[in-house]
Ligand binder design. Structure first.
Ligand SMILES: C[S@@+](CC[C@H](N)C(=O)[O-])C[C@H]1O[C@@H](n2cnc3c(N)ncnc32)[C@H](O)[C@@H]1O
Length: 467
């Protein structure tokens, strides 16, 4: 691939393999040394060409460190102007050239490539040109990778993100196992096991999950942006980091003004609270209009039309179990179509294909299958029962957890990290969405039974939302 911009590391220095530090993890302890290493990072960046900033690194409470305005900032102001050479991408030069040569020859996807790069540079300690940056990275990056599979099972079972969380942990482990077999074990001199192991891989992936950004102006290229990655997320903000071809630097343009000494935020993308927990290890406390709960419906194996429905679903690229995101404003039209198919009697065989098509992401946006009142009611009853089950699971988790918290307070048993707290916050935000949808569904069903159109759904048999 052609070089998009010069990608040399700031200080060119090629350490020998023997320089690798043997212990993992790297980075700083966010409770104590975080701000010091962050300030050292700022000094290093200024020497390497980062202009004087309108924001400075400070402790900001819930978000750990963040960037705070040094003076009044206005909508449209641009921040950072970080020279592109100070961003870590797949084009950055490897301080350990031998390891870089092996990895480049494997033509890896960006994520595992960058994970290997980060481990390689981190293990070189001060011999890596990125040392001041790596020293300021959290030793325990907040992402689901800090959790064990048992933690996820214990604390996220009542939430709709559990499967995604488990899949995420599994995929990172599988990627490590593949690389270990295919690359590390075959090149032990460049990839010693005390450095390239599952623990360091999870650390690197945790850093990538919680800090990597896509740069739209560079064809969605992935990059770690020192200092820019100290910006915390706000669900209402739309500002994002990008490469600016005029200044040949990474900047962001503010979508709003900030008074002096206020934390400045960017957006990590449109994500539900569950997705933020999995990738970034936090649940936002305020409103999140992108928040959603995944509702899963499935074909009933006892349905006499099971095979016919299954075949139709397959034809449309759907599985016998499908998950759809429901939001505060309601559920997607595709979910109604899927529920309609599941509840369809044999006499409706001729409509199965139409319903399966309307249950797909693509077609659901355009199609408006017409339902009779009775058909609509059956579909809503099914969705309502899925909501009720999810509500019961969340309430149960919160009750048990609150009981345990009381027990912990009495016994002064330390909590295991903040997992229960995060899981409880997620359960509470999911419950809000579930209760709202339960309310809408009940009202709709009441109105359908009495032959009234509630106005909540607009036209009966029409849509709820089409994103
Ligand atoms: C890109 S880093 C931002 C810098 C980070 N605060 C630090 O001290 O290194 C992303 C991490 O910041 C924290 N974070 C970002 N936005 C947050 C928010 N709105 N609430 C709580 N934590 C947040 C999470 O730990 C997340 O994994």
């Amino acid at each position: 691939m052609a070089l998009l911009y010069p990608a040399r590391a700031p200080v060119l220095h090629r350490p020998r393999l023997a320089c690798r530090a043997s212990s993992v993890p790297w980075g700083c302890d966010t409770d104590s040394s975080a701000l010091d290493s962050g300030i050292a990072l700022q000094q290093w960046l200024s020497q390497a060409g980062l202009p004087i900033q309108k924001v400075e690194l400070k402790n900001v409470g819930a978000g750990g460190r963040g960037l705070v305005s040094k003076r009044m900032l206005y909508k449209g102001d641009r921040l950072l102007f970080l020279p592109a050479t100070l961003a870590i991408t797949t084009e950055s030069e490897w301080a350990c050239a031998e390891a870089g040569k092996v990895i480049r020859a494997k033509d890896l996807p960006e994520w595992p490539f960058l994970a290997c790069y980060l481990i390689s540079e981190a293990s070189l300690g001060k011999s890596s040109p990125w040392y001041p940056y790596i020293a300021a990275l959290p030793r325990r990056p907040g992402s689901i990778l800090l959790w064990t599979a048992l933690d996820v099972e214990t604390h996220l079972s009542a939430t709709s993100i559990k499967d995604r969380a488990l899949q995420c942990v599994r995929e990172v482990e599988d990627t490590f196992n593949d690389l270990n077999k295919q690359v590390f074990m075959k090149n032990r001199e460049e990839f010693p096991p005390e450095v390239f192991n599952l623990k360091s891989f999870k650390w690197a992936f945790g850093i990538l999950f919680s800090r990597l950004v896509r740069l739209p102006s560079l064809g969605q290229k992935l990059a770690l942006i020192p200092f820019g990655d100290m910006l915390n997320h706000d669900t209402e903000v739309t500002t994002f980091l990008d490469f600016d071809s005029g200044s040949k630097s990474i900047t962001c343009t503010l979508d709003r003004g900030y008074e002096s000494n206020r934390e400045v935020f960017i957006s990590y993308g449109k994500r539900s609270n569950g997705e933020l927990l999995v990738a970034y290890g936090f649940v936002p406390s305020g409103k999140n209009s992108e928040d959603s709960v995944s509702i899963t419906l499935g074909l009933d194996p006892a349905d006499e039309m099971y095979e016919a429905k299954l075949g139709t679903l397959k034809e449309h690229g759907l599985s016998p179990q499908q998950s759809y995101p429901i939001k505060l404003k309601g559920w997607p039209v595709q979910l109604t179509a899927f529920a309609r198919l599941i509840t369809s009697p044999p006499s409706q065989l001729h409509r199965y294909s139409e319903l399966a098509s309307a249950a797909t992401e693509e077609q659901g946006r355009r199609m408006q299958p017409v339902f009779t009142t009775e058909e609509q009611m059956k579909a809503y009853e099914l969705i309502l029962s899925a909501c009720k089950q999810a509500i019961a699971a969340s309430k149960n988790y919160l009750e048990v957890e609150q009981g345990i918290v009381l027990f912990r307070l009495i016994k002064e048993v330390p909590r295991h990290g903040s997992l229960p707290k995060l899981a409880s916050a997620l359960c509470e935000s999911e419950l809000k969405i579930l209760y709202r949808n339960e309310y809408i569904l009940r009202s709709e069903l009441r109105n359908l039974r009495s032959g009234k159109n509630s106005g909540l759904l607009g036209k009966v048999g029409s849509m709820f939302f089409r994103d």
